[in-house]
Design a protein around this ligand. Structure first.
Ligand code: TYD
Length: 169
């Protein structure tokens, strides 16, 4: 368990106590996982078995946030894109449960393409990452785990506005 002082409330982390210091409000944060700022592939546990394989995620354990919602994208016609927006607050993990697709990620400074095709890899995306899903194979199934309930106010749809807001962080 890590305990530290942070200058602002951290999303998706429940154990935080506000304290008032002369320099402002700070939060004592206790958590079992590091706060990530970068998109990255997380290796999920896998149990290989002759009867079929099994992988899993637990909130705040294999994924660096507490999960509040999951949704999935399926039956995507060839050549279609999904996403093309960023989230202001929510963290997410994207897993290719079946088939394959790419996630094009922009963090405000650089672009990266992640190709997902294995159900034991999760792409973790912190808030303020512009992401577009494309290159869907036939019968692909994208699972998205999110730190927040659905909130249309959390979406940034304008790429130029996203770049400006990302530059201020
Ligand atoms: P959207 O997030 O725009 O899809 P994508 O980014 O994958 O292209 O969502 C599409 C529609 O689904 C939109 O009308 C809102 C609705 N929706 C919900 O009601 N709840 C949810 O959790 C999500 C993800 C979407």
């Amino acid at each position: 368990m890590r305990v530290f002082l942070h200058s602002r409330s951290l999303h998706g982390i429940s154990a935080q106590i506000p304290i008032l210091l002369p320099t402002g409000i700070y939060y004592i944060v206790a958590m079992d996982f590091p706060v990530d700022k970068e998109a990255r592939i997380i290796d999920l546990p896998k149990f290989l078995d002759s009867r079929g394989n099994l992988s899993f995620v637990e909130s705040s354990n294999q994924i660096p946030f507490a999960m509040k919602r999951c949704y999935w994208i399926y039956d995507v016609p060839g050549g279609e894109l999904r996403g093309s927006h960023a989230f202001k607050k929510q963290h997410e993990m994207i897993i290719a449960l079946s088939g394959s697709f790419d996630v094009l990620v922009h963090d405000g400074k650089r672009k990266q393409r992640f190709s997902l095709s294995r159900s034991y890899y999760g792409l973790y995306l912190p808030p303020m990452h512009w992401r577009t899903l494309d290159n869907f194979s036939t019968n692909s199934l994208a699972l998205v785990l999110s730190s927040e309930r659905y909130d249309e106010e959390d979406y940034l749809w304008d790429f130029d506005l996203f770049l400006r807001e990302a530059a201020c962080r």
